[in-house]
Design a protein around this ligand. Structure first.
Ligand code: IDP
Ligand code: MG
Length: 167
């Protein structure tokens, strides 16, 4: 079954210069990259992305972590990978949520850590099922930013739209 999945290289992954290593590991899956962009994460985006954890004691630190407030990189690399069984393939390669319990050869096992404040800095996010992937991909990407027809779209006309163009 062909699927799409959202992958984020979190701020710790960027600060540790792990982007190349992580992309190389991801290429083992033979999945296709359908979208990629750098994103400055607003508090609203971080809260929406992790809203299923809003009652957890580590929620506020987690939101700061995703925004890059714990690191010197206020950005993440957001990507959509597409192909056969994409969600499970990427989750397996990512490893368990807790980097200390993750397979040592998984991305999180190799590069993650638990901070003294108890945040799991696990360098990568990967969607865990199809409905989560759909919610997350729609949250992080516009239809035109993805190189395939990920989900049904509609066209709307926006009047008086202002946007930045090259001057
Ligand atoms: P996942 O990233 O493996 O899907 P989730 O339960 O969705 O795991 O948690 C999202 C993120 O929240 C994790 O990747 C990790 O950074 C952080 N997190 C999850 N559980 C804990 C915890 O018990 N303590 C500290 N941080 C956690
Ligand atoms: Mg999750």
């Amino acid at each position: 079954m062909k699927q799409q999945t959202l992958i984020l290289i979190k701020p710790d992954g960027l600060v540790k210069s792990l982007t190349g290593n992580i992309l190389t590991r991801l290429s083992e899956t033979k999945l296709e990259i359908a979208a990629a962009k750098m994103v400055r994460v607003t508090p609203e985006l971080a809260r929406e992305h992790y809203k299923h954890l809003q009652d957890k004691p580590f929620f506020n630190e987690l939101i700061e972590y995703l925004q890059g407030k714990l690191h010197s990189r206020r950005k993440v690399l957001a990507m959509v990978y597409w192909g056969e069984n994409a969600i499970q393939k990427v989750r397996e390669l990512a490893g368990a949520t807790n980097p200390e319990e993750a397979e040592p050869t998984s991305i999180r096992g190799a590069y993650g850590r638990i901070t003294s404040k108890g945040v799991y800095e696990n360098v990568i996010h990967a969607s865990s099922n199809e409905s989560e992937a759909e919610r997350e991909i729609k949250l992080w990407f516009e239809p035109d930013e993805i190189i395939l027809d990920a989900y049904p779209v509609k066209t709307i006309t926006i009047e008086k739209l202002s946007k930045k163009v090259w001057s």
